[in-house]
Write a protein that binds this ligand. Sequence first.
Ligand code: HEC
Length: 96
Amino acid sequence: MNKNYKTLFFITLFFTPVHFVSAAELPDIGQLFKQKCSLCHATDKKTLGPAINTMSNEKKVLLQAIIKGKNSMPAYEGKLTGAQIDALADYLLANQ
Ligand code: HEC
């Protein structure tokens, strides 16, 4: 492989759709939480919504609330990807 081929190979690898998908679907989840959720949820004090450390520790309860919403908690189905919602639930569990 000469030098140009090698460069082309790495450029192709870098710009493959797979790279874009994983980068788009799994951004820094803490950052996503900050943008979408921190308006109503803090780690350890009640704001508009419950504190993370008082939330359920059952992942399916968390997923249900995020996907379908709950009273004044907005539903995020269709607004976030399944991977993002799943990662947010893990983020909540990790921060309890
Ligand atoms: C407009 C304010 C608001 C925003 C924005 C918001 N929430 Fe909520 N959330 C609430 C309120 C209020 C509740 C309590 C609902 C109830 O139990 O009546 C809640 C409840 C929840 C629950 C259920 C907790 C439990 O133990 O049952 C989860 C999980 C949750 N929110 C996650 C999130 C995530 C993740 C985001 C961001 C994607 C988010 N929320 C954005 C207001 C908000």
